[in-house]
Design a protein around this ligand. Structure first.
Ligand code: ZN
Length: 322
């Protein structure tokens, strides 16, 4: 029996439950005594506390730790299903935040580690914390799983004086319109009053349905995405549609040229006049039913034209086509 609770402090990005716990629990379990359960997640302390009577009973019945290998982050498919059932936004009335987290409520995580969709609901960080504190009953949480956010929108906060746009494997710096189609910007930047660059994007599509669009860092999801992923860090969104349309945007900081070269093998940062640290904005886009794609490493244009590793700086327009 543990006589004192153990307390571990984990980094915010670490997920506390998994093999780490198995190592901690194994000696107690092997000795045939009660085992400990884990409570807490994310950037909160992980407290190891003595097992409840129910947990002890379950352990003795199963003869093994029932959740030893379960990580608190649900598998991809479970996350996708949880996002989809709430319409890609927090289902609490008046919220709709797209920055979703995964709440285990039936049974709660500290009673049994599981990733059963029926006992989980996608909530924003704020409502997840409230749910953890007991703000909602199980019945209310089950009800929330049937609601869909009315309006799903968000904003990128990652503002800098300069941005390196990485669109379809090509690089655009101090170029207000990196990509233009038939005279209209597809990817563009503008400066706010403080000189910070803001990004606007319009999805190219052959569908008549609405698509996600972003104007000066504010984005709104319209139409019917098949998936919309938007981690609470707010550094990335990725949206897909049934006809194969795809858009993803991701902001990340780069501190020196070598880092840029490692991330993008086709880049030649030693020849580019960039000011470091630099914020990159990586944009990928696929237009369903057409060969047009701004992929991870190259741009594919109709007529089997491909471009990769090109660098445009101080141009009005980087790539114009159509
Ligand atoms: Zn919420």
């Amino acid at each position: 029996m543990l006589t004192h609770p153990l307390v571990l402090r984990l980094q915010p990005d670490e997920h506390p439950v998994g093999s780490r716990d198995l190592l901690l629990f194994a000696p107690a379990a092997a000795a045939g005594v009660d085992y400990a359960s884990a409570a807490g997640c994310g950037n909160r302390p992980l407290a190891l506390t003595p097992a409840s009577a129910e947990q002890t009973r379950r352990y003795r019945r199963n003869g093994s730790l029932p959740y030893a290998a379960v990580n608190r982050t649900p598998p991809l498919e479970v996350r996708r299903e949880l996002r989809r059932e709430v319409g890609f936004g927090c289902p609490v009335d008046g919220c709709g935040s797209p920055y979703l987290t995964w709440h285990h409520f039936d049974p709660p995580w500290n009673e049994h580690q599981h990733h059963d969709v029926a006992g989980m609901v996608a909530l924003c960080r704020e409502h997840h914390d409230k749910a953890d504190a007991g703000a909602f009953t199980r019945e209310q949480l089950r009800q929330l799983k049937t609601k869909r956010a009315d309006r799903v929108a968000g904003r990128f906060d990652w503002m800098r004086q300069d941005l390196l746009l990485v669109v379809g494997g090509n690089f655009y710096y101090r170029t207000p319109v990196p990509v233009q189609f038939r005279g209209d910007p597809v990817v563009s930047t503008t400066r706010d009053e403080e000189g910070q660059l803001l990004v606007s994007l319009g999805m190219l599509t052959t569908s008549s349905e609405s698509r996600l669009r972003m104007t000066e860092n504010f984005w709104i999801s319209e139409g019917r995405p098949s998936d919309l992923e938007c981690p609470p860090s707010g550094r990335r969104i990725a949206v897909t549609y049934g006809n194969g349309d795809l858009l993803s945007i991701e902001f990340s900081g780069v501190s020196e040229p070598a880092e840029l070269g490692t991330r993008y093998p086709d880049a030649s940062p030693e020849r580019w006049q960039l000011t470091y640290p630099v914020m990159t904005v990586e944009v990928r886009m696929r237009v369903g039913g057409t060969p047009l794609e701004f992929g991870p490493t190259q741009t594919t244009l109709p007529g089997n034209n491909m471009m990769r590793g090109c660098f445009a700086a101080d141009c009005a327009v980087g790539l114009a086509f159509g």
